[in-house]
Write a protein that binds this ligand. Structure first.
Ligand SMILES: NC(=O)c1ccc[n+]([C@@H]2O[C@H](COP(=O)([O-])OP(=O)(O)OC[C@H]3O[C@@H](n4cnc5c(N)ncnc54)[C@H](O)[C@@H]3O)[C@@H](O)[C@H]2O)c1
Length: 666
């Protein structure tokens, strides 16, 4: 059977043989054993719904084993035999091109070169699932291959509920992941309901098929580091020889040294896992590897003195670095942290003064002792950071829950009012006011032909559109425009493509719309093949997350999730090819609601109509909300958009004088 036939058959008519687990695969961690005996039976019963009765005896035994061994039922034997990767759009068996585009993106998210645990259908973040099991994958691909352009596939946390009649302008796929009744959104609820096979953690771009490999995070991190330096340096000063100290060289955090190099500074990044550090070094993402503190101190002093641009991985605990640099009087300009503190008790954050191996033993055998050690390390970590900030270091939380967990551990990180943290998050101080509030966010596209030359052409089109827009851009956004032009002009030489021919580019509403229109024109004339547009959910409007994307919302509404819901509903009837809404992603289950879209540009007039309508809303929904929350930059941006778009009429906030409030007796 060839690839197309295999896709079209869905669940095979003959029971496939059980397969050995691939020796070189990066297996997902064993999940918590959380179900009661009755619930385990229910999980197997649920899994068997996908298969004919005559297979039940054999599969029931196998699925019970999977549940025992891995804590989940992945249905390994149903993984297809073909190689998982983004093919050219014309290679997919489909009755409509939009469905073929979605198949391409699904396969990209499961490509072993892209995905973290491909056998378990996990793209990134340890738990970011595309589907819960292989039966769901097979069925979804079959539905997509049969779908016509007036049908919609509804996916409930990976489960294909079915194809429903709709219309040509409706999305072809509607995705929900992890949507829970709010009271059932604690971390253990995910463990339980995922083990039962009724929900999944979609992260942000995993369960929405929009992950494009590491370049997304490199761009975002570069923008953050560059702008953080702009905050702390005097005009005319450059970051060379100035230190950015941080931790983590894992999945996302590994982008930090590469971003530091692009931002022209000295990056020192501590990593306790020698394998992770060595891997990043071998990949060329970090320049130097040092495993002893004296050598690190000497090297860093030299890099400062010579005003170098260099990235250094220190194999060891970040707390030791903060403490030693204080004793050695090494001045740190920027400090942050990207250990996995959204997951502190199972290996996201390693305690100081004990070895990596001993920590892993404690996690398995003495979890309570491990927890105590993590908490005392977090206190020490916070104390060391405080000493540096007293000397003038600028410290920011990098969206990894460092301040939240340090505060829970009793670390000295609270502001005087006892409500806020002492330090801002990167969104509060940097990405929020400098990017999101103006509408700049991680716009992205994939060349569905699979041709690298199409990507080169789209890079050139995007650069020329941005340069033209920049000539008439107001002073307030000149810097952002220039940064994004530099990024796209250098993108090819930064060699960031892994998997599909994809590109990320921060752009505002005008930039996104004009670039998309220029792409659609180029598809129409045959200059390039079809394009899939999308974005990270970590954006202006897509995500409600009180400690990250919406941490710079100060009117009390950051604990609401209306914006993300309006976004996904609004995008869905304005022309998105698929839409998605998720609970959990980055900061944890129950802590964030995030959504996104995908849109195929096929060069048609209908595509042009859709892109204009949907992209305008997709960005301005969030700017309107940010402006209503009294964010000055968003207020500027939405007024500008209203002047450009007469049919846009947004409610604007009136500002009250502090004196009036201060004189109230409350
Ligand atoms: N700011 C953003 O844009 C953004 C984006 C993605 C992820 N994040 C957050 O950043 C965190 C890291 O993500 P990731 O994908 O890199 O996770 P990861 O688990 O792959 O990497 C974290 C690394 O930190 C190391 N580490 C843990 N404790 C340490 C310590 N005390 N000293 C030195 N090293 C230590 C671990 O060994 C691991 O390699 C997550 O919490 C994630 O949610 C933020």
């Amino acid at each position: 059977m060839n690839f197309q036939e295999e896709v079209k058959q869905g669940i095979p008519s003959v029971l496939p043989h059980a397969k050995p687990y691939p020796a070189d695969a990066n297996r997902a961690p064993k999940r918590k054993d959380i179900l009661s005996v009755d619930e385990k039976q229910l999980a197997v019963r649920n899994a068997l719904r996908y298969f004919p009765k005559e297979w039940h005896q054999e599969l029931a035994t196998e699925f019970a084993e999977e549940l025992k061994d891995f804590g989940r039922i992945y249905m390994y034997r149903f993984k297809p035999n073909y190689h998982m990767k983004a093919r050219s759009i014309s290679d997919y068996p489909a009755r409509c091109e939009q469905a073929a585009a979605i198949m391409l993106m699904v396969e990209n998210n499961l490509d072993p070169a892209v995905a973290q645990h491909p056998e378990e259908l996990i793209t990134y973040g340890g738990n970011g699932a595309v589907f819960q099991n292989w039966a769901q994958y097979l069925l979804a691909m079959k539905y997509l291959s049969e779908m016509e352009s007036d049908q919609t596939l509804h996916l409930y946390s990976g489960h294909p509920m079915g194809l429903f009649p709709s219309s040509e302008d409706a999305p072809r796929v509607v995705v929900t992941n992890g949507m829970m009744i709010p009271n059932y959104s604690q971390p253990d609820d995910w463990e339980k309901f995922n083990a039962l096979g009724v929900t999944q953690y979609g992260q942000m771009t995993a369960g929405s098929f929009m992950y494009i490999g590491p370049q997304g995070i490199v761009h975002g991190t570069t923008i953050t580091v560059m702008n953080a330096f702009r905050k702390v340096l005097n005009k005319g000063e450059n970051p060379q020889g100035k230190i950015f100290l941080t931790a983590g060289l894992g999945g996302m955090s590994g982008a930090q040294p590469k971003a530091g190099n692009i931002a022209n500074c000295v990056t020192v990044c501590a990593e306790v896992n020698a394998n992770a550090a060595t891997k990043r070094h071998q990949q060329g993402w970090v320049d130097e590897l040092i495993d002893n503190m004296d050598a690190l101190v000497t090297r860093v002093k030299a890099a400062q003195a010579n005003e170098e641009v260099v990235s250094i991985a220190y194999i060891g605990n970040i707390v030791d670095v903060w403490e030693s640099f204080y004793e050695q009087e090494i001045f740190i300009h920027l400090g942050s942290d990207q250990t996995s503190l959204h997951n502190p008790w199972s290996g996201g954050y390693y305690p100081v003064d004990i070895s990596y191996e001993e920590s892993n033993r404690l996690i398995r055998e003495e979890p309570e002792v491990f927890k105590e050690k993590v908490q005392s390390t977090l206190k020490r970590h916070a104390d060391a950071v405080n000493k540096h900030t007293a000397r003038g270091t600028y410290f920011f939380d990098y969206g990894n829950a460092f301040l939240l967990e340090a505060s829970r551990a009793g670390g000295d990180v609270m502001a005087e009012n006892g409500i806020d943290f002492k330090y801002p998050s990167y969104v509060q101080d940097i990405l929020g006011p400098m990017c999101f509030d103006y509408g700049f966010g991680p716009f992205r596209w994939v060349c569905a032909s699979g041709k690298p030359e199409d990507l080169d052409k789209t890079d050139a089109i995007a650069a020329s559109v941005l340069k033209k827009i920049m000539q008439e851009s107001p002073e307030e956004i000149q810097q952002q425009m220039q940064d994004n032009i530099t990024w796209i002009e250098d993108a090819k030489q930064n060699k960031l493509v892994v998997g599909s021919q994809a590109r990320i580019l921060y752009a505002d509403a005008q930039g996104r719309m004009e670039i998309a229109k220029a792409f659609n024109d180029a598809v129409n004339t045959g200059e390039i093949g079809p394009i899939v547009l999308g974005r990270d959910h970590h954006d202006v409007s897509g995500t409600d997350s009180p400690y990250r994307e919406t941490s710079n919302i100060y009117d009390g509404s950051r604990f609401t999730a209306d914006m993300a819901i309006h976004n996904v509903i609004g995008d869905s009837f304005r022309g998105a090819t698929w839409v998605s809404i998720h609970n959990g992603g980055g900061v944890g289950w129950g802590e964030v609601v995030n959504g996104g879209f995908g849109m195929l540009l096929d060069g048609s007039e209908a595509s042009e109509r859709r892109l204009k309508s949907m992209l305008l809303f997709d960005v301005n929904n969030g700017i309107a909300r940010r402006s209503w929350a009294r964010n000055e930059e968003a207020n500027f941006a939405i007024k500008r958009e209203m002047a450009r778009t007469p049919k846009l009429k947004v409610t604007l906030a009136n500002l009250v004088e502090d004196d009036i409030l201060n004189n109230l007796s409350l």
